[in-house]
Design a protein around this ligand. Structure first.
Ligand code: COA
Length: 258
């Protein structure tokens, strides 16, 4: 079977593109399996610091799970299809930053996938929603849990219970995406952020991401203690010595990732 998730590299950034534009890049089993395989390789590739996820074509980022695969499935078949490792969780716990570059329809499992990313840059033309309710379903890729944490319970209720679609400006206003840019600038603006992150010490980026992710599952006091421990752990790295020496020496740092 031909590959449907394409991988490109631009310096230290890997770009994964779901390439099924005729099906609005719907998340089929093959797409999920290929994404996990790419992420597994990227995790062990020291040459890659940041991952960008996007969809092929002008119309869609990802228009949800592949609805055609739902037909005729028993609950047991569906449970098997949703067995670990799940792409949503693999991405949410990925050690390197993952950026969603949202170029069009970002619906259902696509919206959930963007919620598993660390940040979201959207084109002005993107549209968002959790339309599962219209299929007699509820979100199954983390939408009922990650969406309220991202936008608050009320906005999540509205999106999930109505299945309504919202535009990029509204998505930005409720905090569903962090940046909205003109469609023709989407790639350049996303890569600018990705490259900025990828130019930092990969070790320190990893620790910072871990601390930030912990804020979503820990109580504040526990999280602050965890942050303090990770901060002190940074004092064991060559990159902390280099960063401080470079600042004091008025020169650019040269990160080693150690
Ligand atoms: N799963 C499988 N196929 C999908 C799909 C999905 N989630 N979303 C779109 N497609 C397919 C369509 O069936 C169509 O295929 P066809 O040309 O073989 O008939 C093709 O992609 C183009 O979609 P189409 O519906 O013709 O485009 P549109 O511009 O008229 O409508 C949407 C766009 C996004 C409004 C519409 O495709 C839609 O509602 N998709 C489903 C979204 C959804 O419910 N996602 C959650 C799934 S749990």
């Amino acid at each position: 079977m031909a590959d449907i998730v394409l991988m490109e590299r631009e310096g230290r950034v890997a770009i994964l593109t779901v390439n099924r534009p005729d099906k609005l890049n719907a998340l089929s089993q093959q797409v999920r399996d290929e994404m996990i395989a790419h992420l597994d390789a990227i995790e062990h590739d020291d040459g890659i610091g940041v991952v960008v996820i996007t969809g092929a074509g002008e119309k869609a980022f990802i228009a949800g799970a592949d609805i055609a695969e739902f037909e005729g499935r028993s609950p047991f078949d569906q449970r098997q299809a949703m067995a670990s490792p799940r792409i949503f969780d693999v991405m949410a716990s990925f050690p390197k930053p993952v950026i969603a570059m949202i170029n069009g329809f970002c619906l259902g499992g696509g919206c959930e996938l963007s919620l598993s990313c660390d940040l979201r840059v959207a084109s002005e033309k993107a549209r968002f929603g959790q339309p599962e309710i219209k299929l007699g379903l509820i979100p199954g890729g983390g939408g009922t849990q990650r969406l309220p944490r991202q936008v608050g319970l009320g906005h999540a209720m509205r999106l999930i219970l109505t299945g309504a679609m919202i535009d990029a400006a509204e998505a930005k206003s409720i905090g569903l995406v962090e940046l909205v840019v003109p469609a023709e600038e989407l790639r350049a603006r996303t890569l600018e952020i990705a490259n900025e992150i990828a130019s930092k010490s990969p070790l320190t980026v990893r620790v910072a991401k871990e601390a930030l992710r912990a804020s979503q599952r820990m109580a504040v006091e526990e999280g602050l203690a965890y942050e303090r421990d990770l901060f002190c752990l940074c004092f064991s790295t060559e990159d902390k010595k280099e960063g401080v020496a470079a600042f004091l020496g008025k020169r650019a740092p040269e990160w080693k990732g150690r």
